[in-house]
Design a protein around this ligand. Structure first.
Ligand code: FE2
Ligand code: FE2
Length: 312
């Protein structure tokens, strides 16, 4: 058995290429996971490796922890029966190995070098999610985001939506731009060529900026997720099921305590469509009370008209 050692923290495009190259050369190939972080980081990486390299034997090497280089194996006696591929082997075969850490996921450094499947896996399973969100928002907004993700997951499960984890991801990320400055918000709205949104009330801008941010920085390319996030504040005509899930989850998440929330919560779980319409009506009425009918923005009026079929 030959073992290929790497930190895999996370797996990069180049590391996958290396694995593919080595698979061709050796019939039995295992991965030696160099452990330098905490337990959670290790478990996340095992999950990732199992996903991307199914059937591989993963061997933890927590004894190897004193050197920055990934191939310091002198102390690893248990492995003496195996052949370990060395840095020299990689150099000789002109194989490049990126060194990207989970910090790069959190701070998005060299994020484009992370393998796409890994990025999707990390997003879908919300790995490092607290750390990733905490660089963008305060704790209160972070807790709200996680609660909305949970509410979206619960609603999706309740109505038999085909992908509750996707709903959880969209729900968790819906307010990612909520704490952006005005300039940053405008920049991301313009990046997705939705400048006309800037004429709408500022309360809805963060949804569109969030869509732009996820597209540009997290490299999220799922249109359904993108739409559900940009329209989470005021909805739109012909909303998808995911649009409605995120819209409702935002308004009934466990941290919400406004008058009547219990009623809306129960309604969403007993009759989702009715719950959605009640929340939309409430949103419209509250916006009229707060801002006056003439200042609630065209988008909310359009959505309201579509679902309640009347001129205002
Ligand atoms: Fe929001
Ligand atoms: Fe929200």
């Amino acid at each position: 058995m030959v073992y290929f050692a790497s930190r895999f923290d996370p797996i990069t495009q180049d590391e996958i290429k290396v694995i593919e190259f080595l698979k061709k050369q050796y019939q039995e190939l295992g991965l030696l996971l160099i452990e330098k972080n905490g337990r959670e980081g290790y478990e996340n990486r095992v999950k990732i490796i199992e996903k991307i390299c199914p059937g591989f034997i993963i061997l933890n090497s927590d004894k190897i922890n004193k050197d920055e280089t990934i191939f310091t194996l002198d102390e690893f006696e248990d492995l003496s029966q195996y052949q370990i591929l060395t840095k020299e082997f990689l150099n000789k075969n002109n194989i490049k190995l990126d060194n990207i850490s989970s910090d790069d996921i959190i701070y998005l450094n060299n994020y484009n070098l992370v393998h796409k499947d890994i990025r999707d896996f990390i997003n879908y399973n919300l790995l490092y999610i607290r750390e990733r969100l905490f660089v963008l928002m305060d704790l209160k907004r972070l807790e709200h985001s996680l609660n909305v993700g949970q509410a979206a997951y619960d609603l999706a499960t309740d109505i038999n939506y085909n992908d509750p984890k996707k709903a959880r991801f969209a729900g968790t990320l819906h307010d990612i731009a909520k704490r952006f400055s005005v300039e940053k918000t405008e920049r991301y709205i313009k990046s997705i060529k939705m400048d006309k949104i800037l004429k709408e009330p500022w309360q809805i801008h963060h949804g569109f900026a969030g869509g732009g941010y996820l597209k540009n920085n997290w490299l999220v390319n799922d249109k359904e997720i993108f739409d559900s996030i940009i329209y989470h504040t005021v909805g739109r005509e012909n909303m998808t099921v995911l649009d409605k899930i995120v819209f409702c989850a935002d308004k009934i998440s466990s941290d919400r305590d406004y008058d009547g929330v219990e009623k809306y919560r129960a309604q969403c779980f007993s009759n989702f469509e009715e719950g959605f319409k009640s929340l939309l009506k409430n949103q419209y009425q509250q916006a009229c009370i707060k801002n006056g009918k003439d200042s609630i923005g065209k988008l909310l009026i359009k959505t309201y008209n579509f679902y309640f079929d009347k001129e205002l």
